[in-house]
Ligand binder design. Structure first.
Ligand code: NAD
Ligand code: ZN
Length: 246
């Protein structure tokens, strides 16, 4: 199956990859759905919301500082590096990610659309004005916006919020054009990101899924690998390199 996919990749012009928390799991970043994603007794759904921030900004910032520290220690894994390399086989290539950890860029992927923002950036909770990336936040003295006085929050998309408009539009545009669409390490449950592979498939893309578990996408995929991304993707790159053509 991998051989066939490698042949198909060599004939394609545009590739698009959608990634979720699973691609970073092998770097040691917990996914939200696993037990290890919990912080204290809180579920992410109880902390990653505007309501939680308004009710208790201190506890929300404590959670984000814990996640920043956790993510600050990790490095891209072989899956991130393989996805950066995969771009060499396409004229146009985009990595669309739901992750906020910045690991695709760290691995060298040149074109990354971050659908859910970036955990290291801060912005105003009122007017969305961005503040310098490296601003550390003391949860007991949350700084305020220089423009409007609103409380500073992380520049990530919370539950119930819309995705950054230009970014999701671009993600739909590349998905519609894609010859091959890879869905990697995402449960394919959260829309609108989960619509991207469906849109790509409807527009004629070959759909590839890499996930140790089945997802709602599995039955629509042309190639579905029950595997870890950090193992299968390097194997695919190895095959492509052996076959040449790049
Ligand atoms: P998700 O819904 O994308 O689910 C994770 C998926 O990864 C699951 O289907 C699981 O089977 C799969 N998976 C686990 N290990 C894998 C591996 N080694 N290789 C390939 N696939 C693997 O993600 P979620 O954890 O439910 O989080 C939802 C949202 O929360 C994300 O979209 C993101 O915005 C945010 N989040 C981000 C990060 C991060 O930036 N690293 C981490 C956790 C959560
Ligand atoms: Zn503001």
């Amino acid at each position: 199956m991998l051989e066939k996919l490698a042949d198909r990749i060599r004939r394609a012009r545009e590739g698009v990859v959608l990634t979720g928390a699973g691609i970073s799991a092998e770097s040691g970043v917990p996914t939200f759905r696993g037990k290890e994603g919990l912080w204290g007794k809180f579920k992410p759904e109880e902390l990653a919301t505007m309501e939680a921030f308004m009710a208790n900004p201190k506890i929300v910032w404590e959670w984000y500082n814990w996640r920043r520290e956790l993510m600050g220690k990790v490095k891209p894994n072989s899956g991130h590096y393989a996805l950066a390399e995969l771009g060499e086989w396409f004229e146009q290539y985009t990595v669309v990610t739901q992750n906020v950890d910045g690991l695709h860029r760290a691995a060298g992927s040149p074109r990354v659309l971050e659908l859910h923002g970036n955990i290291y950036r801060n912005k105003c909770s009122e007017c969305n004005h961005l503040t310098p990336d490296d601003l550390e936040i003391d949860p007991t003295h949350i700084p305020t916006c220089t423009r409007c006085g609103g409380k500073i929050r992380p520049d990530v998309v919370w539950f119930g919020e819309l995705l950054p408009e230009g970014t999701i539009e671009e993600a739909f545009a590349v998905s519609e054009r894609a010859d091959i669409f890879f869905s990697v390490g995402t449960s394919a449950l959260v829309h609108p990101a989960a619509s991207l592979p469906v849109i790509a498939r409807q527009h004629g893309a070959v759909l590839v899924e890499i996930n140790p578990e089945e997802t709602p996408l599995t039955e629509f995929a042309d190639y579905s690998f029950r595997a870890r991304s950090g193992e299968l993707l390097p194997e695919l790159i190895g095959l492509l390199r052996r076959k040449g053509g790049c």
